[in-house]
Ligand binder design. Structure first.
Ligand SMILES: Cc1cc2nc3c(=O)[nH]c(=O)nc-3n(C[C@H](O)[C@H](O)[C@H](O)COP(=O)(O)OP(=O)(O)OC[C@H]3O[C@@H](n4cnc5c(N)ncnc54)[C@H](O)[C@@H]3O)c2cc1C
Length: 159
């Protein structure tokens, strides 16, 4: 990018690199097995869930783990809800998932890996963790209505 900008744009003729990221960003890697795996069918039918805690965007797509291009990409004109169960690991107690590692089919990772959905699921996971303390329960037993009420009070858009 730098060579391109310096070679093509007058404003960059004298430019030089001061610093860059310490690590290359990776768009897609592994996902946990959660008690619900958000899937292509959920997206296509704009699924609604009683335990919704966020919205996923209408993007079906994934990146080729071995390359820099989309392995698959399709835009839908609808969104679906993300159930709380996507944040609850199938095999591990005392842990909540959020962001791009949550329970989702790799093929539709684009529906949840963008920052707004990562922030929304992160906020839901944090709120749920607080409720486990208040209700002295496991993450899988978090009462859904108080969780949704707390999220809505904090401005979350669930539908
Ligand atoms: C090149 C690139 C461009 C992108 N562009 C966009 C864009 O334009 N718009 C958009 O919406 N999204 C974009 N994304 C996607 C988006 O930025 C990420 O999917 C999103 O930030 C992932 O959020 P996360 O919370 O799941 O993970 P992360 O943001 O990766 O957060 C995980 C955090 O955990 C920390 N961590 C890891 N291991 C440990 C450990 N053992 N102990 C403590 N901390 C640890 C990491 O340091 C990191 O801070 C882009 C992604 C990439 C790679």
């Amino acid at each position: 990018m730098f060579e391109y900008l310096r070679g093509r744009l007058d404003a960059f003729k004298e430019a030089y690199v001061v610093s860059s990221g310490v690590q290359a960003g990776i768009r897609q890697s592994r996902n946990f097995r959660a008690t619900h795996t958000l899937c292509e069918d959920d997206l296509r039918r704009a699924a609604r869930f009683d335990d919704a805690i966020a919205l996923a965007v209408g993007l079906i797509g994934s990146h080729d783990p071995a390359g820099s291009h989309y392995a698959y990409h399709e835009r839908l004109d609808r969104v679906c809800q993300v159930p709380y169960r996507c944040l609850v690991p199938k095999e591990t107690d005392g842990l909540l998932l959020s962001g791009r590692c949550m329970g989702v089919e790799p093929r539709i990772q684009d529906a949840i890996r963008h920052m707004p959905v990562c922030m929304a699921t992160g906020s839901a996971a944090g709120t749920a963790a607080a409720l486990t303390v208040r209700h002295e329960c496991q993450v899988a037993e978090v009462p859904i209505k108080p969780l949704q009420n707390a999220l809505r009070t904090n401005g979350a858009i669930l539908e």
